[in-house]
Design a protein around this ligand. Structure first.
Ligand code: PLP
Length: 395
């Protein structure tokens, strides 16, 4: 039979996609399933963005583009990041890629090999650990704790650095917890990292525009003392409801731009040309759709948070960003995987077990509130009834 590499056997998957497939299958069989497992906005891409892609196709933009993205788009990204973070961004450091994931993949492949260590958030986006393992490097988890509102602690991150550490991955606002790290902690981390000048940092800020209660996003790019080591990951997927378009970007340190561009040339040549024009329209056009979506998420966040806290054996910290709640379920007596499976099968609600995001996710489930208020309320009722009927907790 085939002789595949040892590396490919180490690669894992993103269980949210498996939950989605199972939920879809059950729906097709006629079951009523409410999906709180999904990691994408339930909104449509704004119409002016769609029109820009159609126009680009009609105008004949059918060929390859430069591997790092069309210059007008890179200028637009640089201006957007610069404007939001009040820093200078060189468009030549921007590399547009097919989705946020690709910047992650490139960064990890660039630093990961046997003998190297890469720090990553746990619970966190599952692809970090998977690709680190694939690269041959050792994944070193940074535990994200409920008592810190699931923000990372600078002290915890710095304490895990060894001479083998090459890359640190951070994510705020975070998937799956909805936690965002406060400015004071980011400042502390930036100061501590000045002691480790050879370590690169991948800052996954794909939820940077998704913060609540008027909170301002703090980016690691805003700290000049470490700026030349930051790989910023962001994109259009979440902010503009464009997950299927596959549009993301990285702002790379000058020293890595050429290497990342070569990876792009080796991997995908360039991003879909028409989608790049849509990317310009999204950044340059009216932002009302983003504001409306965030207003809807803010209302739903309140509803899901309150409902989760009303369920026997569950408690939920208020999420500060993204569109996920991450309730503690230890009081229900179920493990995360058990609850995920039984809620889907018996209550008709798709959720994702905390352990799908790493071992520190045991005792939690992820609830996405990218669904209508009506569906969220109905789903939370179903969960409450299921737990009341089947929960192993003492009343
Ligand atoms: N980073 C985080 C933290 C995410 O949650 C996701 C998607 O869920 C991504 C990156 C990947 O985004 P994209 O769909 O643009 O590849």
């Amino acid at each position: 039979m085939f002789q595949t590499t040892a590396a490919i056997k180490r690669i894992k998957t993103e269980s949210a996609f498996e939950v989605l497939a199972k939920a879809q299958k059950l729906s097709e069989e006629g079951r009523s399933i409410i999906n709180l497992g999904i990691g994408q906005p339930d909104f449509k891409t704004p119409p002016h963005v769609v029109e820009a892609a159609i126009k680009a196709l009609r105008d004949g933009h059918h060929g390859y583009t430069p591997a790092n993205g069309i210059p007008a788009l890179r200028e637009c990204v640089a201006a957007d990041v610069a404007g939001r973070l009040e820093i200078e961004v060189n468009p030549d450091h921007v590399i547009v890629v097919p989705g946020g994931k690709v910047t992650m993949f490139f960064a990890i492949l660039m630093f990961g090999e046997a003998g190297a260590e890469i720090l990553y958030p746990n619970p966190g986006f599952p692809i970090y650990e998977s690709v680190i393992a694939y690269s041959g490097a050792t994944p070193v988890p940074i535990p994200l704790l409920e008592e810190n509102g699931f923000a990372f602690s600078a002290e915890d991150v710095l304490a895990r650095i060894t001479p083998k550490t090459r890359l640190i991955i951070l994510n705020s606002p975070a998937n799956p917890t909805g936690g965002a790290t406060p400015a004071s902690e980011v400042e502390k981390l930036a100061a501590g990292l000045t002691e480790h000048p050879d370590i690169a940092i991948l800052s996954d800020e794909i939820y940077s525009r998704m913060l609540y209660d008027g909170q301002e996003h703090v980016s690691l790019l805003q700290f000049p003392e470490i700026r030349d080591r930051i790989i910023l990951l962001d994109g259009w997927s979440k902010t503009y409801a464009m997950t299927g378009w596959r549009m993301g970007y990285g702002v790379w340190p000058e020293a890595l731009v050429e290497r990342a561009t070569r990876l792009a040339i080796n991997c995908h040549s360039c991003v879909n040309a028409a989608a790049q024009f849509a990317g310009i329209a999204a950044l340059e056009g009216p932002q009302d759709a983003v504001d409306e979506m965030m207003a809807a998420f803010q209302t739903r966040r309140g509803v899901i948070h309150q409902a989760a806290n009303g369920i026997m054996g569950m408690s939920c910290v208020m999420p500060t960003g993204a569109f996920y709640a991450f309730p503690n379920i230890t009081g229900t007596g179920f493990t995360a995987k058990e609850l995920e499976a039984r809620l889907l099968e018996e209550a008709g609600v798709a959720t994702v077990a905390g352990t799908s995001f790493g071992s520190f996710g045991e005792g939690y489930i992820r609830l996405s509130y990218a669904n209508s208020l009506k569906n969220i309320s109905e789903a939370m009722n179903r969960i409450r009834e299921f737990v009341e009927r089947n929960g192993k907790a003492e009343a």
